[in-house]
Design a protein. Structure first.
Length: 301
């Protein structure tokens, strides 16, 4: 009878399996899934390399590895993903939080540094990661969040409770900023932040596992303009931002210059773009003009 597999054996085999499937970070993903399946911290793996694993322990690990091998994102298998050094619950109803989206939080923290008790809105909140990370960094802040998905909002509210900021988080169902329209308490916002859908269907650069498993409504625009939803956010934000208030949008690769031009046409000032860690112009932001409530142009064209 062969000796039982040790934790190190399983880690090596899983890493090789993921390498063969060309996952970007095979060792990391193997550690994350194995730690989750065994109810351990990743650090614990290194302290228990020689631990033999029983068949009862191996069976669920095989299921996790098999699912990841066929493309299911690891965050959906573990139900969690870290964002801005905070733990977020993730389900298949929300996008997997990504490091590049942290740029929205960074811009908001920088631009609102001297604004007391800032009030912000996060459009298309998903898991709530942007709004909630901002609230954790700014204990004096309040955030509204909107999403067309009731299931996503349930995830966001759960994350707000888990992070201890539910009393400063108001999540509402609806499109773009419509849920806040007519609410005096939500007027004169200090910032509107959004990671809107910006992928055109059929884009060959979209990773197959993303296309197959993440919610389409959060990924794709309806037509062939990647800035379609971003433009709607920018137009509607003009009616809710205070003069000088911040608009910050995440956009796709290749859309940075067009997004800057869009915000300028809509009357925003001090428009700029920030690149992500890969050098891609990713976060486009600007300030509402002096007369913030003035009607924005009907079309960005």
């Amino acid at each position: 009878m062969p000796p039982p597999s040790t934790l190190l054996d399983v880690l090596k085999k899983t890493t090789s399996f993921f390498e063969a499937r060309r996952l970007e970070l095979p060792r990391l993903e193997a550690e994350v899934l194995i730690a989750h399946g065994l109810g351990l911290r990743r650090l614990d793996l290194y302290l228990q390399f020689d631990r033999p694993l029983s068949e009862a322990e191996l069976a669920p690990l095989r299921d996790l590895v098999r699912e990841r091998g066929r493309g299911v994102p690891a965050a959906y298998l573990t139900g969690a993903r870290e964002f801005f050094a905070l733990p977020f619950r993730v389900t298949r109803d929300v996008l997997v939080p990504r490091p590049e989206t942290e740029g929205l939080v960074e811009v908001a923290l920088e631009r609102l540094r001297d604004v007391p008790s800032p009030r912000v809105a996060d459009v298309g909140t998903g898991s709530g990661c942007v709004a909630l990370a901002f609230l954790k960094e700014r204990p004096d802040a309040f955030a509204y969040a909107t999403d067309v998905s009731a299931a996503a909002l349930a995830v966001a509210r759960g994350n707000a409770t888990a992070l201890g900021v539910a009393d400063r988080f108001d999540a509402r169902e609806g499109s773009v900023l419509a849920p806040l329209a007519g609410d005096a308490a939500a007027a004169a916002l200090d910032a509107v932040l959004s990671n809107p859908p910006y992928i055109v269907r059929g884009d060959p650069t979209v990773a197959p596992d993303v296309a197959a498993h993440e919610p389409a409504a959060a990924l794709y625009v309806a037509g062939d303009d990647p800035l379609e939803v971003a433009a709607a956010v920018a137009r509607e934000a003009r009616g809710l931002l205070r003069p000088g208030g911040l608009l910050a949008l995440e956009v796709g690769a290749g859309s940075g210059a067009a997004a800057q031009a869009l915000l300028t046409r809509l009357g925003y000032v001090e428009v700029a773009v920030r690149a992500d860690l890969g050098g891609i112009p990713r976060i486009v932001f600007g300030s509402a003009p002096a007369v913030s409530g003035a009607a924005a142009p009907a079309s960005p064209s």
